[in-house]
Write a protein that binds this ligand. Structure first.
Ligand code: SAM
Length: 205
């Protein structure tokens, strides 16, 4: 997976490649799709949700440019896989999922894989996790019509947020850096994510 799907496609960051080599992706997928755990695709994890394609996880993690010292917010825990990769790359990860059942499964998988530096929360991640802010980096793993203002506010100055921004049918993965003069944006890649619901996402809960 790392050689064919990531390195050859230009993921530049050796720390990210090494992290993805270490995380046992098979622990984060249901039994029914375990034979495909390392496939070049998103996979169903139940409740109409998906574990993201490895290339997309690697792209998000590379854009966050982590050095190991950061506190990171991961919005849309899903399987917990991206939180595990982030936990390899940063000091501390807070991850938030709106669906209780997925959060519990992710918590168990993260414990089994050995990531004590991840805190799994249940709630509306479009509002962030104010009491744990500021975050040095934020990864959003669900599509949003705009960069949720609460998430930008919870970012430290100099911090980075990566968000799939667009409509329900298609988005651009966008990197936004919070600077003293305001947000600086770079659109990176067309992507297709499930919607971020909640107050500052697509609205419905
Ligand atoms: N990063 C995940 C992984 O590695 O498995 C994949 C995330 S999946 C593509 C998107 C997740 O976002 C779903 O589990 C969905 O329930 C969750 N989600 C959607 N809206 C949310 C919200 N407002 N707050 C928290 N989680 C939300």
């Amino acid at each position: 997976m790392v050689e064919r799907q990531l390195r050859r496609r230009g993921i530049p960051d050796d720390r990210v490649l090494a992290a993805m080599e270490r995380v046992p992706r098979e622990l984060f997928v249901p039994d029914s799709v375990r034979p495909y755990a390392y496939a070049d695709d998103a996979l169903p994890i139940g409740q109409g949700q998906t574990i993201s394609q490895p290339f997309v996880v690697a792209t998000i993690c590379s854009l966050l440019a982590l050095d190991g010292s950061e506190r990171v917010l991961d919005v849309g825990t899903g399987s917990g896989y991206q939180a595990a990769v982030l936990a390899e790359l940063a000091a501390e990860v807070v991850t938030i999922e709106r669906l209780q059942e997925l959060a519990e499964t992710a918590r168990a998988a993260l414990a089994a894989a050995g990531y004590p530096n991840v805190e799994v929360r249940v709630g509306d991640g479009s509002l962030g996790v104010e009491e744990r802010a500021p975050f040095d980096a934020i990864a959003v793993a669900a599509a949003t019509p705009t960069v949720p203002p609460a998430l930008y506010e919870q970012l430290a100055v100099g911090g980075r947020i990566v968000v799939p921004r667009g409509s329900r049918d298609g988005q651009k993965l966008v990197l936004v850096v919070r600077t003293v003069d305001g947000p600086v944006e770079h659109a990176v890649l067309p992507v297709r994510f499930v919607p971020l619901l909640g107050d500052e996402g697509f609205g419905e809960t």
